[in-house]
Ligand binder design. Structure first.
Ligand SMILES: [Zn+2]
Length: 272
């Protein structure tokens, strides 16, 4: 062994954590090959490296943490719980046709915040604060259809790719280590997009389109989505616009685009 090789080896022997981190990155990179695939409904070609299983692992880790931190807020009975389970079950069944390997699950948290999100891999969180805005099953199906579409269209994985963070994410999955704490934090901020970070405008629009078709496939009248977004548009002009609207600005343009996708959604609509 050369002197240089010996000193490199000595460096890692003395610093096992760094050696593990580098090994994890190497493993992560070796396991990654770009997949070219089409998004559901919109048929857009996308290139992602994280597999469905890897995305599920990231999402599940974040979900477990959220449940741990919010245990007293978890709603597990009553009419609101029943409604969320009922609607989510139908939306999940539709989304599962596009992502059979995701493990779908929904949790309702008692929080006076008008928001809901779906993590990569199919774990959904709904806050009770959004239910006065969704008003009925079809309104809730509009929100859930939109949120699960971010997961089935792999928007988080796509964004990690764009930010050159896929290898870091793979390293975290492989060995639980990141290169720096800042990168670790960035990965989980992205995983938690929808709760902490807004998606891009084009991803939002795509989730509207896919979500509209999903709710119709699940047996909800897609015209109700238009009614929901019009309610949002009115709410956005109020004194205190709901949190949901900070990431989902409801302008006349959004409502118009949704109207444009209605004929496609009507064809997919099978009243239950
Ligand atoms: Zn969204």
């Amino acid at each position: 062994m050369s002197k240089r090789a010996r000193s490199v080896l000595g460096f890692f022997v003395a610093r096992p954590l760094i050696a593990i981190a580098i090994a994890a990155v190497v493993v992560g990179v070796l396991l990654l090959g770009t997949r070219s695939q089409k998004t559901p409904v919109t048929h857009r070609t996308q290139h992602v490296k994280l597999t469905d299983a890897q995305q599920s692992q990231l999402g599940s880790r974040d979900y477990a943490k959220t449940l741990r931190q919010n245990r007293p807020r978890i709603v597990s009975s009553g009419p609101q719980y029943a409604q969320v389970q009922r609607v989510a079950k139908r939306i999940e069944a539709v989304a599962a046709r596009d992502k059979p390997d995701f493990v779908w699950k929904v949790t309702l948290l008692r929080k006076n915040v008008a928001n809901a999100y779906c993590l990569p891999g199919g774990k959904i969180v709904v806050y009770t604060g959004i239910l006065p805005l969704t008003q009925n099953d079809a309104g809730l199906a509009t929100v859930l259809g939109h949120e699960v579409s971010h997961a089935t269209a792999e928007h988080v994985a796509e964004r990690m790719e764009r930010e050159h963070l896929t290898e870091v994410a793979a390293a975290i999955i492989a060995g639980g280590v990141a290169i720096t704490p800042a990168q670790y934090a960035r990965i989980f901020a992205l995983v938690n997009a929808g709760a902490t970070l807004p998606f891009s405008r084009s991803q939002e629009s795509e989730a509207d389109h896919i979500g509209l078709v999903y709710m119709a496939r699940a047996g909800y009248d897609p015209h109700q989505a238009l009614a929901f977004w019009k309610r949002m548009l009115r709410a956005s002009k109020g004194k205190e616009p709901p949190e949901f609207l900070s990431d989902h600005p409801s302008d006349a343009h959004r409502v118009e685009r949704i109207r444009g996708w209605l004929p496609e959604a009507e064809r997919a609509y099978k009243p239950s």
